[in-house]
Design a protein around this ligand. Structure first.
Ligand code: HEC
Length: 85
């Protein structure tokens, strides 16, 4: 029983890690940097603001468009929850 829980958590963390790997190149390991020297520091934003910005970028002409477009609602929720205030 315990074994399955451990595998489940490992899988979850693994999947989460993989889809934010690309983000870290610009935003820093913990979203603590100004991406390309001009974004806001994401870890200082409120959960709601992160959610709003990522949904907005999906249809924007920002450099963020392709990255935001590849995120599901659930992934956006996770990012907001983990990194937002
Ligand atoms: C090529 C560099 C780059 C990558 C990769 C990247 N971002 Fe960004 N991100 C930016 C820039 C630049 C901005 C500011 C964009 C703007 O205002 O149009 C930004 C803005 C944001 C914002 C809102 C902060 C603000 O300034 O409004 C969030 C949240 C965010 N990115 C999350 C992510 C996530 C999550 C990923 C990965 C799925 C990601 N970013 C990948 C460069 C990047």
């Amino acid at each position: 029983m315990h074994k399955y829980i451990v595998i489940f958590i490992a899988l979850h963390v693994g999947l989460f890690a993989s889809y934010i790997t690309v983000c870290k190149n610009c935003h820093g390991k913990n979203f603590e940097k100004r991406a390309l020297g001009r974004s806001k520091i994401v870890k200082n934003l409120k959960k709601e603001e992160i959610r709003k910005r990522l949904n907005y970028f999906k249809t924007s002409n920002s450099i963020m468009k392709s990255y935001a477009s590849s995120l599901s609602e659930k992934q956006i929720e996770q990012i907001a929850k983990i990194f937002g205030k």
